[in-house]
Write a protein that binds this ligand. Sequence first.
Ligand code: FES
Length: 201
Amino acid sequence: MSEPRAGTGGLKVLPSDPSKIPGFAAGSVALRGPAGPEGIAPDEGKALTAGSRLEIDRLVALYPDRRSALLPALWVAQKEQGFVGSRAMEEIAAKLDVSPAFVAGVVSFYTMYQTKPIGRHLIQVCTTLSCYLRGADAVVSHLRKKLGVEVGGTTADGKFTLVTVECLGSCGTAPMLQLNDDFHENLDPIAKVDALLDSLK
Ligand code: FES
């Protein structure tokens, strides 16, 4: 089995063997405290609300194998808290009868899940080949200057978080970025980035 790799749509191909998932080592990864060997150090976050627990129970009941509810359950937690913290991971692991390390490995595998609080607007700039060749670096450095944050950082007002990601599957319209759930493509000339930010004021 080959190592996990970037795939289309911002997802990565999940190996069928869980031991190949980054961060997975059944019961051996501490979710709190210093980063583990894979750099997983999620924010602790809060316990899930009763509403989210009920929703996850409902999802679990939809599948013959409760582990199949993992991705939508993580989405429930992220919708509630804005990210998936270690407490939520532990609760979901208990409900799905898997180890917290397994859940952490899956969370770290998908760019759509965040493990720390982020700004109101998440800007994910694709820096893979097509976007790179069409000026992704200029988009990133423009955003760094404009927002006053480094990649991975959040503006002081909590409005924007800037990250770079691998191919989001929109290579034909490079360079592009994803703003929250929406794609913004053909960002050349770069003034389009300013227009996009201005539209959020
Ligand atoms: S290289 Fe595919 S979307 Fe950027």
